[in-house]
Design a binder for this molecule. Structure first.
Ligand code: ZN
Length: 97
């Protein structure tokens, strides 16, 4: 805790990014209604960087929400493979935090 210097002049709330570890103003964190403080754990920069990377990877499933994915799978006739669906839903929830 060496960087806990006298920065108390600033009343701006900050948060440490879970991804890059930088301390940034709360406004740098996208809103997330399910998290404790109402913001994502990851800053905009990291989020954008990861999204760009995902676009390059070309994984079309990244664009689906869990609900849309289930609907899509059902529409394509994936009725028997429930386990596969659950794995994807779990991964996507983790990414949101
Ligand atoms: Zn970050």
């Amino acid at each position: 805790m060496e960087n806990q210097t006298t920065m108390s002049e600033s009343t701006q709330k900050t948060k440490v990014c879970a991804s890059c570890g930088r301390e940034l103003p709360l406004e740098m964190f996208p809103g997330h209604r399910l998290s404790a403080d109402g913001h994502m754990a990851e800053c905009r920069d990291c989020r954008r960087r990861r999204k760009a990377k995902n676009d390059n990877d070309g994984n079309p499933l990244e664009k689906f929400t869990a609900r849309e994915l289930m609907h899509e799978l059902n529409a394509r006739g994936y009725k028997g493979d429930i386990t596969f669906t659950e794995v994807i839903v779990h991964k996507m929830n983790l990414k949101d935090f």
